[in-house]
Write a protein that binds this ligand. Structure first.
Ligand SMILES: N[C@@H](CCC(=O)N[C@@H](CS)C(=O)NCC(=O)O)C(=O)O
Length: 219
């Protein structure tokens, strides 16, 4: 019995090759918010996203809103979930941030501020590097890093997650999900290492950033 179960899960060479040829991409990030209209207003007016669609599922007592910088068939989007009557959430320390690429971080930060958004880190070069970044917080406390870059087809460019073991996480995203390591950044002086993982070039699609903090000194 145990032998046949083991045989059933052993992947064939063909199965292992499948993720490499399949045209997969990151579709959406789903998370919970305490007030759908408040978040839609911040993402559209403050961050420049478009509201793509909304749906209400009264039988299950929740609603969704999909937002992004372009249509879902070609763009990574966020899928906000509002559970009836739940007005706040504990975000925890595992989620890092979403990132938005913009040609002018300073201008985007000013816009966020003008719309009443919270700027938690003013624009300027990232510690230990050259990219100009800023951080803003959405109404539920989810963080968005704003990164200054040239024009891109996918401004919603990163989802950063903190992981306890970078090698273990890389192995999972490579082997189970077919992603590639596009780049790693090691900043020992700031005690962290990043691995950018995804299905295509970083300047064209959304990537997942695995972040291992050596001393778990969270922001
Ligand atoms: N301890 C940080 C490590 C990651 C990190 O520091 N990322 C850079 C951006 S790639 C950052 O937030 N830098 C802060 C700054 O430059 O002010 C965390 O877990 O968020």
């Amino acid at each position: 019995m145990a032998e046949s179960a083991a045989a059933a899960v052993a992947p064939s060479a063909e199965l292992l090759e499948f993720p490499k040829k399949d045209k997969r991409r990151m579709l959406h990030a789903v998370y919970r918010v305490g007030d759908l209209d408040r978040t839609i207003q911040f993402y559209t007016e403050g961050l420049g996203m478009k509201l793509l669609r909304k749906r209400d599922i009264p039988d299950e007592k929740y609603s969704n809103a999909f937002l992004g910088f372009g249509p879902e068939d070609s763009h990574f989007v966020v899928e906000l979930t509002y559970n009836y009557g739940v007005t706040s959430y504990d975000i925890g320390t595992g989620f890092g941030h979403f990132a938005i690429a913009t040609e002018d971080v300073y201008k985007l930060v000013e816009n966020v501020r003008a719309k009443g958004g919270s700027v938690t880190r003013e624009p300027g070069p990232v510690k230990g590097g050259k990219s100009v970044i800023a951080f803003v917080k959405d109404p539920d406390g989810y963080m968005f890093e704003l990164i200054q870059r040239g024009p891109t087809p996918e401004p919603l460019c990163q989802v950063m997650l903190r992981v306890g073991d970078l090698d273990r996480a890389i192995k999972f995203y490579e082997k189970a999900l077919g992603m590639k390591v596009l780049r790693t950044i090691d900043r020992p002086e700031y005690k962290y290492t990043l691995a950018m993982m995804g299905y295509a070039d970083e300047d064209k699609t959304t990537v997942l950033v695995d972040n291992e903090d050596f001393l778990k000194e969270l922001q």
